[in-house]
Every structure is written in C-alpha cells, then in structure tokens.
Write a protein that binds this ligand. Structure first.
Ligand SMILES: C[S@@+](CC[C@H](N)C(=O)[O-])C[C@H]1O[C@@H](n2cnc3c(N)ncnc32)[C@H](O)[C@@H]1O
Length: 218
C-alpha cells in the first residue's frame, strides 16, 4: 500500500525531532523488519504515529484494547505501552511469519504478558468476542476490504467514551480521485462514508501520515 506525505522532508524531520524519540527497542524492530521484509516494511506505522497511538491510549485510560493488523508488532508495542495498569491488548493477524518477530519484541519490551496474539482472520476473532461493551480502544490497520466488517464488530463492543482509530483512510490521496477504483480504495471510501454517518460515534478524520480517523463512541 502506498502512503501519502503532506509534509516536506524538512517539516517531516522537524516534526519527528519534536516528538518523543523512538527508543532502542523500536529502532531495532524497525531495522530488523526492514532487513527481513524489505518489500513489506512500509506497512509499519511511522514513529510519530506510534507516539500518537500511545498518547491516545493513555488519554482514553484504556485497559482493554484490540489491534487488527499486527505485522511485526511496532504498533502493538506503542498501544500496549499506553495501557493502564493491568491492561491487555488483543492483537489480531493472519501471519505467523510476521508475528514471530512481533512476539520476540513484545518479550524484549516486557509486554508479552499484556498482549494476546490471535493468528486467524480478524473477522472470526472479533465475532467470537463477547458482545458486552467493554473494549476501551481499537486500532484497525489490516486488509482494507475488511475495515467495514472490523468496524461493524467493534462498535457494539466499545464502551461509551471508547475510541476506534482507523489507519490509511486517505489511501495516498486516491480516495478523492474518481479514476481510482481499486478494491482497497473503494472499500476505504465506503468505510469513511459509513463512519461519518454513524450516529453511534463522534468522528474526526486527521491528516496524520496516510490519514487516521478517530471514532469515539457516544
Ligand atoms: C499494514 S500491516 C499492519 C502494520 C502494523 N500495524 C504495524 O504498525 O507494524 C497489515 C497487517 O494486516 C494483516 N492482515 C491482513 N489480512 C488480515 C485479516 N483478514 N485478518 C487479520 N489480519 C490481517 C497482515 O498480515 C498484516 O500484518
């Protein structure tokens, strides 16, 4: 998936320099991911987006979080680091190969006891969860055609005041180009329309990297 950058390289560097820096563990994870999976490494969220997620999890005071789309675990670490004491993250992905690296870094980060990995199609994992509204925070960053399904399963399980964050909602700017009719772009347009019309949530779309939407349960 290609992403967009609204910033000049100079502003990008300035922004990163004025956010809390990545620690050695996150730097090592990014480097190992780039070396092991050079073609897929661009799927990893950027460091400033990771800091943004940690901040949001803290602001929500989340104890129960869900991630859809783990890859090698960068965003999982950022989410788990923001959890309140005793909090847990349910991490969903289909790839054993990618999540093997994630598990290694969760261990090293001392977060392994806070993160439960489910390797299965995320829709199955989410549908099998209890329907009580107990989830405080969810991050959706997996296959784009699945977003509407993940969102649909998560909203009823979110507690009032809980937050869902959807990543890549601008699709490198392709969402506003009518000539772009690929499956991922169409799926993202549909979920973007669905979220803003959903009366169960307050929604705001932000130009953070490739675009994130925050949907807060009313
Ligand atoms: C964009 S990457 C996630 C990047 C990750 N958030 C990070 O910061 O490193 C998308 C992930 O979604 C996973 N995925 C794709 N289809 C899936 C599905 N149906 N269920 C669960 N995970 C899926 C892929 O295996 C991949 O690891």
């Amino acid at each position: 998936m290609s992403t967009m950058d609204l910033l000049t390289p100079e502003l990008d560097a300035y922004l990163v320099a004025h956010s809390d820096p990545a620690d050695d563990l996150l730097r090592d994870l990014a480097a190992e991911t780039a070396a092991a999976f050079p073609d897929a490494a661009r799927m990893q969220i950027s460091h400033d987006e990771g800091e943004f997620l940690t901040m949001l999890v803290r602001l929500v005071g989340a104890r129960s979080a869900v991630e859809v789309g783990v890859f090698t675990g960068y965003s999982s670490i950022c989410l788990a680091r923001g959890l309140a004491d005793g909090g847990t993250l349910l991490a969903c992905d289909v790839s054993e190969e990618w999540t093997d690296i994630a598990r290694k870094y969760w261990d090293r980060a001392g977060l392994a006891d806070r993160i439960e990995l489910r390797v299965a199609p995320a829709l199955e994992t989410l549908r099998a969860l209890p329907t009580d509204p107990v989830i405080d925070f969810a991050f959706i960053d997996a296959d784009k055609v699945g977003y509407a399904g993940y969102y649909g399963e998560l909203v009823p399980r979110l507690r009032p005041g809980g937050l869902i964050v959807l990543d890549n909602v601008l699709q490198g700017g392709r969402v506003v180009d009518p000539a772009e009719q690929g499956d991922a772009v169409r799926a993202i347009r549909e979920v973007n329309d669905l979220v803003v019309a959903d009366e169960r949530v307050d929604a705001v779309m932000l130009p953070v990297r490739d675009g994130v939407t925050l949907a807060r349960k009313r």
